[in-house]
Design a protein around this ligand. Sequence first.
Ligand SMILES: O[C@H]1[C@H](O)[C@@H](O)[C@H](O)[C@@H](O)[C@H]1O
Length: 529
Amino acid sequence: MSSPEEPLIANSRLAEANHDDTDFADDGGDLDVPGKQPEDLSPGLFIWLLTFSAGISGLLFGYDTGVISATLVSLGTSLSDRLLTPLDKSIITSSTSLAALVVSPFASVLADALGRKRVIVLADLLFIAGALTQALSVTVSAMVVGRAVVGLAVGAASFVVPLYIAELAPAAHRGRLVTMTVVCITLGQVVAYVVGWGFGEYGDARTAWRWMVGLGAVPAAVQLGILFGMPETPRWLVKVGRSAQAREVVERVSGRRTGSARRAEATLKSIEIEVREEEQARRLRSRRANGRARWLDPWFELLGVRRNRRALAIACLLQGLQQLCGFNSLMYFSATIFTMLGFLIPTLTSLVVAITNFAFTLVALFLIDRVGRRRIMLWSIPFMVAGLLLAAYGFSFIKLSSSSMTDVPTEVPAAQGAAVIILISIMTYVAGYAIGLGNVPWMQSELFALNVRSLGSGIATATNWGANFVIGLTFLLLMEALTPTGTFVLYAAICVVGYGLIWSFYPETAGLSLEEAATLLEDDNWGLR
Ligand SMILES: O[C@H]1[C@H](O)[C@@H](O)[C@H](O)[C@@H](O)[C@H]1O
């Protein structure tokens, strides 16, 4: 079903861009400075401020997903006057990802209709409502509702914030800036773990968990305030016909460096060319569609055009793998696992998971644009496999009592040596994850052409949450059914399959403009570069 005009349009766009804009593309013109490489260039204060404010959403995403680990071991009998079963815990945990999954396709429709920024505002309101509902809940179902409302917020924010940053950032810095969001997510998880440990150890046992979950409302309120001074993205503004405003934003983003006026002009022009040509292509296609409903157009463009289909396949593969590799079972249940292994202060031990994840995401921040997305993934996944297999081996020395999955610490003392092996192997696995799979999938928007970028990123984000839901719901049950060793071997096998798929299908997009990255997938050798 791929339409014959598509490659022509893309080629003419590149030809036009190459003709009069050779020195800017989407890199903000930075490459036209003689003797300078992209790495030498700093993104400018405005971009950093934008990223920082947008990153608060990441912080919230991280806080709300991370806080569940300590919450689960602190709830005791405060919900519905009983101890929680493994199924209760699984449902409380995974309701967040289920709600995030449900909202992600709508987030893309809203982001196109209302603009990227308004969706971030909406997400903040939901973050506040969800945090308060959880803090005040007295039954398991009320807690599930609160977690689900937070899930709606996380789902919307996880889709729109990377899109917002990718559309504002110059190409030479895009990878690093999108990774900043993931840094904020992982920082949020560290904060959640520290809060969890602090309240768990030193707070009033009956109310500690209410503070843990309720505190999530604070950064959301702060961000609401900051958002008033933030701009909409120039790409969205051009798309809805507000080019004058788009020009102002592009000028602010370009800063006051020499030649920035010319760069701003050129950047705006390339966006306008892309929007115009995609509009033409869309009109051509809907003329051929013979009365088909208009809302179906983006779907036909996404699935009917070869390069878009390829982009979607890759984005969903990466997002699915990011979750199915099992990382979030550690994020959600590490306190439960370390309780089971007999560690004295499990919430403190589990801080290791969050801190390793955060520290290696920082390492990724410095490596990603230099090493490239594809290469960084191929280098890091083997460490994940090694870590998982070693953990599986460590678990084979540990006998679990039937009570080990509940709040009651195991009566069978875990073998100390094995517990240490497990801790080290988990750290290796988490480090490998944080360097590659933890952040590369969020660079999804650079794979898609503008006309399908929102929808494509929305579906890929939904894949992430769908897989996250499966992992959250099944981890404790798998630990019982397959044993911990079997569960970790299963995750290792998923990583190996993922490695093969990435090797075969994922091209390098580092350093390309959004327009060039989308065009790359038209190439017949799209997988191997
Ligand atoms: O990129 C993030 C990050 O890696 C988080 O630590 C993880 O909890 C999320 O699921 C993932 O999307």
